[in-house]
Design a protein around this ligand. Structure first.
Ligand SMILES: Nc1ncnc2c1ncn2[C@@H]1O[C@H](COP(=O)(O)OP(=O)(O)OP(=O)(O)O)[C@@H](O)[C@H]1O
Length: 352
């Protein structure tokens, strides 16, 4: 059945689900779009603050009906309540409350960037591999719901298995446990989830995956500073964030904004990685500082955060990544792999 047909069928079934105050869920204005992918069904019910518990039975009933129609797909139905903005942003924002650790995960390190396309995912994947080479049990969560690239970078195919109790079994790739919303979408399908849906999707990937005892979970964040970041940092203890930037001024200005948000949310910044820092000519092996040198290092100094190191701009990183063969796993002795390793060791040294 086409995904749109199934979404329509579910919506029809929700007409039999009663909601507090009278009426049914299908006709309720707070019902989000129903997203159907080959592996999952997801939708959210937005309610007024304080009404979360009252909507609980409706959510459970909706879940049951969607599951009856969805077969083996994992069903995710979440209730979202509007919170006042002061809890999200604002100078001197209150320390987020209720942050918890993720079961089976000792430390979480997130990798973010101020803007897209700076090589954040490539860096996250290779740092994860370098940490695994240090003898740690490492997982990777692709939280870039709008542009997931971990499946491609690690050459992962197919959907993750889902246990009978609805828990995801992560993919295994190069010794990493990895999970991404990307492997649950059909190729070319864009995620059009709005804020609450996206944050709920992330929470489920994070907390409903059988991580099986990790020393470190690396989270590849979406670029910028949006709902996903806020929800993650408010709900979960993140031990530190690595910011990836290219050497150009504009990227650095965006990186600065990301760091500003982390500070306001009391999340430790582990440091700045300068990606595509210099170019190594494939024929001669010569190094060219095409963007000048030291931009990110100086920026890190000004921002009073550690500079974690530079990654060269090399064709092999792009080609290896595009082919699902990340340099740290594929050419572990190469200069690119060494650059990632050095950064991974600095990260390791900076977390408790
Ligand atoms: N050091 C590098 N040398 C050469 N190519 C690189 C390097 N780092 C990343 N790339 C290439 O740049 C492109 C963007 O990288 P990547 O997807 O990791 O960026 P991103 O910041 O995660 O992007 P997005 O905003 O889409 O999430 C990819 O084609 C990748 O292979």
């Amino acid at each position: 059945m086409a995904d749109t047909d199934l979404a329509a069928q579910i919506k029809t079934a929700l007409a039999d689900v009663e909601i507090p105050g009278g009426g049914d869920l299908a006709g309720y204005a707070g019902l989000s779009e129903i997203i159907v992918t080959p592996g999952a069904i997801a939708f959210a019910i937005a309610v007024a603050s304080g009404m979360e518990a009252a909507f609980g039975p409706a959510r459970d009933e909706a879940h049951k009906r969607a599951q009856a129609l969805g077969g083996s797909r994992k069903v995710m139905v979440s209730i979202t309540a509007e919170k006042s903005n002061t809890a999200k942003f604002g100078h001197g924002a209150p320390q987020p409350q209720g942050k918890t650790r993720v079961k089976g995960v000792k430390r979480i390190i997130a990798v973010g960037s101020g803007k897209g396309g700076v090589g954040k995912s490539t860096t996250a994947v290779n740092i994860a591999l370098a940490l695994a080479d240090e003898g740690l049990k490492v997982g990777l969560l692709d939280a870039d719901l709008y542009g997931p690239s971990v499946p491609k970078l690690l050459g992962i195919e197919g959907k993750p298995a889902i246990r009978d109790d609805g828990i995801f079994t992560p993919h295994e790739a190069f010794g990493l446990k990895a999970i991404s919303i990307g492997s649950m979408l059909v190729p070319g399908q864009a995620v059009v989830w709005r804020g609450p849906m996206a944050t709920s999707g992330l929470r489920q990937l994070l907390r409903e995956t059988e991580w099986g005892g990790l020393d470190v979970l690396i989270i590849d964040l979406p670029p910028g500073t949006g709902d996903i970041h806020i929800a993650l940092f408010q709900q979960t203890i993140v031990d530190g964030v690595v910011i990836v930037s290219t050497p150009q001024d504009l990227a650095l200005i965006d990186a600065q904004k990301a760091i500003d948000m982390l500070r306001r949310m009391s999340v430790p910044v582990l440091g700045l990685v300068e990606n595509m820092s210099y170019f190594i000519a494939p024929d001669t092996g010569h190094r060219y500082d095409i963007f000048g040198t030291g931009g990110a290092e100086q920026a890190a100094g000004k921002l009073e955060i550690p500079f974690l190191g530079p990654i060269p701009l090399v064709m092999s990183i792009r080609e290896g990544s595009d082919a699902g063969m990340p340099p740290v796993a594929h050419a572990p002795e190469g200069p690119e792999a060494q650059a990632y390793r050095l950064i991974a060791r600095r990260i390791l040294a900076s977390i408790p």
